[in-house]
Ligand binder design. Structure first.
Ligand SMILES: Nc1ncnc2c1ncn2[C@@H]1O[C@H](COP(=O)(O)OP(=O)(O)OP(=O)(O)O)[C@@H](O)[C@H]1O
Ligand SMILES: [Mg+2]
Length: 444
C-alpha cells in the first residue's frame, strides 16, 4: 500500500518515540539499587518532618543522576501528600469522635506527633542561565531561584541588582513559604569558581537569614574537578553526604535498553544483537552512558524507518554512531568561548579556500576578518595564538612543525583534525543563532 502523504513512512518501528526522548522520566529505575538506597536515606528526614540534609551527587554524564533525582522527588512529594491526607483524616475522625463522646480510636498524642509535612522543591538547572553566553554564577542561580519561587508578574531581571539584594529576596520568598524548602541545583558546576550560593543556602537558618524555612540543598555535577575544587566550607556542608553514581557496564545498559525498547518500539523490529551493540558502543566509547545507549537506539530506529524497513539492523547502529558523533562535535564547538569559535571559523574559511594548513599569520588575518564581521574586537596575533594552540590541544586542530633551516626558519601550520570540518563549524554557528559570514581570504 502506497503512503498517502510524503511525510508518511511505509514502515514504522516506533510505537511510542517519546519514551526515547531526553526528558522522559522512566517509571522504573533499573540497576541503581545502591545509589537509590543512599539517596532515599538523604530524603527520609524530610518525609519525617525533620531538618533536611544536604547532599552532593556526582558521576559521569548519562549515569542517571537527573533521572533518579526526578524519580525520587516525585515519589517523595506523592508520599508526603498521602501522609498529610492520612493525618488530616485522623484529625477529623478524632474530632468527630470527641464530639460524639465516644472513646477516640487514635491516641490524641499520636495525632499530634504526626504533624503534616510542608515541603517545597525548587529545581534549577544551572546550565545556560544566561542569555549572553557568559558563565553562570552564584548570582545568576540566586536570581533563577527567586524567579522559580515568584509568580511570573513579579520576576526579576538577570542584571541590575546588588547580590545581597538578590539573596534577601530569595530568603524572603523562602520564609514566606515556610516548612522545608529543598533546593536542587543540577549541573551545578556551571557556577564556576564562585560557589557563594553553595555555602549561603545551607547556613541561612544558622545565620538568621531565614526563620520559618528549613533549607536543604542537593547539588548535582558530572565535573570531577569542580568537586575537588570546592572551597572547604562548602565541602563541609553541601558534601555532608556524597553519592557517587558509577558508570553502567554493558550488562546494565542492556537491561535498561531492553526495558526502554519494549515500550518505545514495536515487537520484532529489533533483536538482542541491536540492543547488545548499542550497549557495547555506549560502554566503550561513552564511558557507560545510558543517554548514549538510548540515543543510539533511537537514531538507529530512525535510520531504519527512513529506509522503509521494519527491522533495525546492526549496520543502522553503526551509522547512528557516526551521526551522533557528528552532533557531539558540533556541540563541543558550541561550548567553546567566542574567540576560539572565531579561530575555528577562520580555519574553516582558509580550508574552504584550499589554504590549509595555514601559518599563524594567515590564520590571524582570517580570524581578524571573522571577529570583525561579528562586531567583536579581534585579539592580537599573540593573543589568538594561545587559543590556536588550545584548540590543537583539545583535538580540534592539528599543527605541523615546519623547519626550513636557515632560509625559512621554523614555523607552525594549522589545519582541522580528522574529526572536524568546516561544515561542523558552520553548523555550530548556526545552531547558536549566528549567521555564517563569508570572509574574503587574502591572497587566495
Ligand atoms: N537506571 C536507569 N534506568 C532507566 N533509565 C535510565 C537509568 N539511568 C539513566 N537512564 C536514562 O538515561 C538518560 C540519561 O540519564 P540522566 O539524564 O539521568 O543522566 P545524568 O547522570 O543526569 O547525566 P548528565 O551528567 O549529563 O546530566 C535519561 O534518558 C534517563 O532516563
Ligand atoms: Mg543530568
Amino acid at each position: 500500500m502506497a503512503p498517502d502523504s510524503i511525510f508518511e513512512d511505509e514502515a514504522e518501528v516506533f510505537h511510542d518515540i517519546e519514551v526515547l526522548e531526553e526528558d522522559y522520566t522512566p517509571d522504573t529505575i533499573l540497576c541503581r539499587d545502591e545509589v537509590m538506597t543512599e539517596y532515599i536515606n538523604v530524603l527520609k528526614p524530610i518525609y519525617k518532618g525533620r531538618p533536611p540534609q544536604n547532599a552532593f551527587l556526582y558521576g559521569d554524564t548519562g549515569v542517571g543522576k537527573t533521572a533518579v533525582t526526578n524519580h525520587l522527588t516525585t515519589q517523595l512529594e506523592a508520599d508526603i501528600r498521602q501522609k498529610n491526607e492520612d493525618i488530616e483524616r485522623q484529625h477529623e475522625q478524632s474530632e468527630q469522635e470527641t464530639e460524639e463522646q465516644t472513646q477516640p480510636a487514635v491516641e490524641p498524642d499520636a495525632v499530634d506527633s504526626a504533624a503534616p509535612v510542608d515541603l517545597t522543591i525548587v529545581k534549577v538547572n544551572c546550565q545556560n542561565l544566561t542569555s549572553t553566553g557568559e558563565r553562570t554564577s552564584s548570582y545568576q542561580v540566586a536570581i533563577a531561584l527567586v524567579n522559580e519561587l515568584r509568580p511570573p508578574k513579579d520576576m526579576i531581571a538577570s542584571t541590575g541588582y546588588a547580590p545581597q539584594a538578590v539573596y534577601s529576596m530569595l530568603y524572603e520568598e523562602m520564609d514566606a513559604l515556610g516548612g522545608t524548602v529543598l533546593v536542587i541545583l543540577d549541573e551545578v558546576d556551571r557556577i564556576g569558581a564562585d560557589d557563594t550560593i553553595l555555602y549561603e543556602l545551607p547556613r541561612a537558618r544558622a545565620n538568621e537569614k531565614v526563620e520559618n524555612a528549613r533549607i536543604g540543598l542537593i547539588g548535582i555535577s558530572n565535573d570531577y574537578t569542580f568537586r575537588s575544587n570546592l572551597s572547604p566550607k562548602v565541602k563541609d556542608t553541601l558534601c555532608e553526604t556524597e553519592i557517587k553514581f558509577p558508570a553502567y557496564n554493558a550488562m546494565q545498559l542492556r537491561e535498561i535498553l531492553r526495558d526502554r525498547a519494549s515500550r518505545a518500539l514495536y515487537d520484532n523490529t529489533y533483536g538482542d544483537d541491536v540492543i547488545a551493540l548499542c550497549a557495547a558502543l555506549a560502554t566503550r566509547e561513552s564511558s557507560g552512558s545510558a543517554r548514549k545507549a538510548i540515543n543510539l537506539l533511537r537514531r538507529a530506529g530512525e535510520i531504519a524507518e527512513n529506509d522503509g524497513r521494519t527491522t533495525i539492523l546492526e549496520a543502522d547502529v553503526h551509522e547512528a554512531k557516526d551521526d551522533l558523533e557528528y552532533g557531539d562535535m558540533v556541540d563541543s564547538i558550541t561550548d567553546q568561548d567566542a574567540h576560539k569559535r572565531y579561530v575555528l571559523a577562520a580555519v574553516a574559511h582558509l580550508s574552504n579556500a584550499d589554504a590549509t594548513p595555514a601559518r599563524v599569520k594567515e590564520v590571524h588575518r582570517a580570524y581578524r576578518a571573522v571577529a570583525e564581521s561579528y562586531a567583536a574586537d579581534p585579539l592580537s596575533q599573540r593573543g589568538m595564538y594561545n587559543h590556536l594552540t588550545k584548540l590543537a590541544m583539545l583535538g580540534f586542530l592539528t599543527s605541523h612543525d615546519n623547519n626550513e633551516g636557515i632560509k625559512g626558519g621554523q614555523y607552525y601550520e594549522f589545519e582541522f583534525s580528522d574529526e572536524v570540518d568546516r561544515s561542523k563549524v558552520r553548523e555550530a554557528f548556526e545552531s547558536m543563532g549566528h549567521s555564517w559570514h563569508d570572509v574574503r581570504i587574502h591572497g587566495s
